[in-house]
Design a protein around this ligand. Structure first.
Ligand SMILES: [Zn+2]
Length: 272
């Protein structure tokens, strides 16, 4: 089974009050991911925010040297519904410039910040197509407190005018549908649930898509209240929960027989 493990490279501090009082942790966490990927000789896709590429330009050549794919994740991590089509075009231009300047080329993929590609922001596909992108992995095809496009469907498909969308894979458990292959869900759900979800997929021909962030593995980060969650203490606690268990959990998934490849390689394999 193919596991489209990916990393959204962003700093989770910038919108925090007194940001400078908290350590920057992106680089050290990327190194941990690189070491883990190297252990299995897996190549994956890094969706990189332009501001992060400007802050850590030296990361890009390191990723390229290891054979990983570089893709866009917005210049400043602004959700699509907070922009219009022209703002989005400018934002992606800046994101591409930052990545090109750091040494990346032939960027074909995009992931919308916080999966904000929904029915009302689907104009983004036109901009991506005009700008030469081939694929997007920006849709969470379920109801979600933040963003979700429930009617999109769970299968990859070509969206007008010609972008392949690879939506997040959902675990179905009764009425609950969650993207258990990555991020906060992969960390906070009990491991037997994650294991059950991957076991069900093992012999199928559908890939599991998942996303991680530098902070998802960072058990050394100071505690602060994250912005954008209305001071919700429980949610903030979940943001830190089980970070130290992620690599063990990932090892267990890989030992089941999953293989990680880049998104670019995957869309070349599938016939859409
Ligand atoms: Zn993000």
């Amino acid at each position: 089974m193919i596991y489209l493990f990916s990393i959204d490279v962003e700093d989770n501090r910038p919108a925090v009050e007194n940001v400078k009082t908290f350590q920057e942790r992106v680089y050290i966490n990327i190194q941990s991911y690189l070491n883990w990927l190297k252990k299995y000789n897996f190549k994956c896709t890094f969706f990189i925010v332009g501001q992060a590429a400007q802050m850590y330009p030296f990361i890009i050549p390191e990723l390229l040297k290891e054979g990983h794919e570089i893709a866009c994740h917005g210049q400043s991590h602004i959700p699509l519904d907070k922009m219009n089509k022209d703002d989005f075009r400018r934002d992606i231009e800046k994101n591409l410039n930052a990545l090109h300047k750091a040494g990346a080329s032939e960027i074909k993929g995009f992931r919308a910040p916080v999966f904000s590609l929904i029915s009302s922001t689907k104009w983004a596909y036109e901009v991506l197509y005009e700008m030469g992108f081939s694929y997007s992995s920006s849709v969470l095809p379920a109801r979600n407190p933040l963003y979700g496009w429930e009617n999109f469907g769970e299968m990859p498909k070509k969206v007008d005018p010609g972008i392949i969308e690879l939506p997040m894979t959902l675990a179905h458990f009764g009425l609950l549908k969650v993207p258990a292959g990555g991020g906060i869900y992969f960390r906070v759900l009990p491991e037997f649930f994650i294991s059950w979800f991957f076991n069900k997929r093992l012999n199928g021909d559908r890939a599991v898509l998942g996303y991680f962030h530098p902070y998802d593995i960072d058990s050394g980060q100071e505690k602060f209240m994250h912005p954008g969650i209305n001071d919700n203490k429980i949610y903030n606690w979940l943001i830190y929960l089980n970070r130290s268990k992620v690599f063990d959990r990932l090892d267990h998934i890989i030992q089941k027989g999953c293989q990680i490849i880049t998104y670019k390689e995957y869309i070349e394999k599938i016939n859409i």
